[in-house]
Design a protein around this ligand. Sequence first.
Ligand SMILES: Cc1ncc(COP(=O)(O)O)c(C=O)c1O
Ligand SMILES: N[C@H](C=O)CCC(=O)O
Length: 435
Amino acid sequence: MSKTTPDRPKSAAAFERAKRVIPGGVNSPARAFGGVGGSPLFIARAEGPFLYDADGRRYLDFIGSWGPMILGHCHPAVVEAVFAAVRNGSSYGAPCEPETQLAERVVEAVPSVEMVRFVSSGTEATMSAIRLARGFTGRDLIVKFAGCYHGHVDSLLVSAGSSALTHGVPNSPGVPGGCTQDTVVLRYNDTAALADLFAAKRDAVAGVILEPVVGNMGLVPPSDEFRRTLRALTQKHGALLIYDEVMTGFRLGYGGAQGLLGDTPDVTCFGKIIGGGYPVGAYGGRADVMRKIMPAGPVFQAGTLSGNPVAMAAGIATLHELKTNPPYARLEQQSERIGSGLLAAARAAGVPVQFNRVGSMWTLFFTPTPVTDLDTAKTSDTARFGRFFWEMMDRGVYLPCSQYEAAFTCGAMTDAHIAETIAAAGESLQAVARS
Ligand SMILES: Cc1ncc(COP(=O)(O)O)c(C=O)c1O
Ligand SMILES: N[C@H](C=O)CCC(=O)O
């Protein structure tokens, strides 16, 4: 097993250089390999399903920029649209038609979304959505779930998943107590806790925010009872149900997780895929709620680069491709194959695992315990996961660098790539079992 040095000397050198001028050498902690040890690969370029590192090695990419690259890297339609947009200028600070065109596509794809406002990241989307929920209801309390990650919004950095969890700071220093005093944290999939909360707080809850399918404590699906109870209680008590579909939007189907599950939230947050690999976030929902946003209403939210024309062009091209040439059935089939292949390999190696999957999002947890929430996710043997990660890396398969992240299958992967992945996992799990 190698951990970059000496096998990947250019990446190792680039990391040392970066650390001198960038905190921890990375611009987002998820990239730092904190959950697997060693140092991160520096990527030189990407194409189709592959990443190429600074040392010239090629990897099948199951991170896909943490979700956006559902079509694979450098999809020709997206590249062409971006080049065409760039020639017309990079940013106007004034409205342009591509914003409306992308908004129309989102509204058409997701029936619960009647109006949508674009921002520049998923964090901005969730931050704005909870402000809107508070402004609309005139209440303060926001309910979130342990292990869900909604970006680095101060009031939501409580029991947060993703790299906050990987790096052991689910409640970050620097967030004043005042910012989180109106955040209530419950256990994911805990219907009884939800009912108790609403019984106690009744009409004080402005909104409940959740990942409808969680990717940020590893992949954890919601139970039907949990989803039904959420919708019934929020409706009954006049709280807004906010689905954070930054990861799942246009990923689990063209209508996102809510389309797949048949749910109707009041507000939905988007990011990742709607920007086609460029910085875009969005929040949308019922028109009566969205009309509270300035300048239509009094709830303030703004952004110099919001609705950026180049990013809009990438989003429009991506959604056009997803609609006219949907990859979802094939992604489902390929991801199902990965699941049965990995489970068979783990059985053969005698390594206890759980494979959680919804559509093209999946996680192999190194635990004998079914994973349904943060506590059960944390029963995983993360050291074992780290060894598996590096064994896969040495066989040319780049998985998310933390047990608490989801992997993404992309539309550029062929059946041969899936077979390669399963074969690599077979060898890797045998090596893990021997170590
Ligand atoms: C579900 C979810 N919400 C919000 C975010 C924040 O998005 P961003 O990193 O673009 O700020 C992420 C990813 O980081 C996410 O996975
Ligand atoms: N899990 C995170 C988002 O989905 C990873 C991305 C990041 O924080 O850099």
